[in-house]
Design a protein. Structure first.
Length: 175
């Protein structure tokens, strides 16, 4: 069964990048990724989350390596209806298979919070197809140049998120 992102139409293209997912529990799927300056991470794929999320431990490691830049604070509405103010940082790159997402904004939650791959990141590779059998995501618009290669080749696309700064999924900027 395949679910096509509402941002796209049509089916997965032959040149799409396919990234396998792993089902852990009923209805939850994880994708293996690499975060520049941190390493391998298993992200929960969550189309109901606006932001990609990491925990404070990962943020501290990224900061030690000089790979996290503070962006802003957000007030978010959690799944249980409570409100929480969270910091948002920019990380240089998250790689999903051979797909490189650069300058990704991530919300930071407490230690032990599971990493989440949210819609702001996923919409940058739309159209995408989310398949449960076999589990995987086909990504339609990927940058296959690494951050280091892009820095050497000044004319390479940056992959930077230039979409509107309007916040999604019930998140508002906090003062």
């Amino acid at each position: 069964m395949a679910i096509l992102c509402a941002l796209a139409s049509g089916s997965a293209l032959a040149d799409d990048i396919h990234v396998p997912m792993h089902g852990i529990a009923a209805g939850t799927f994880y994708v293996e990724a690499s975060v520049h300056g941190f390493g391998a991470v298993k992200f929960l794929v969550d189309t109901g989350s606006g932001y990609t999320a990491i925990d404070t431990g990962m943020l501290e490691a990224l900061q030690r390596a000089g790979n996290a830049e503070f962006v802003k604070k957000l007030e978010g509405i959690m799944a249980d209806g409570s409100r929480r103010v969270v910091p948002v940082y920019r990380v240089p790159e998250i790689r999903l298979g051979s797909c490189h997402l650069r300058d990704v904004e991530v919300a930071v939650f407490g230690t032990g919070t599971r990493p989440i791959l949210g819609m702001r990141a996923l919409s940058r590779v739309a159209p995408f197809t989310f398949s449960t059998n076999p589990p995987g995501i086909s990504l339609g618009r990927c940058d296959t140049v690494t951050t280091a290669e892009a820095e050497v080749n000044h004319g390479a696309p940056t992959g930077r998120d230039t979409t509107s700064d309007a916040l999604t999924q019930g998140l508002d900027e906090a003062g």
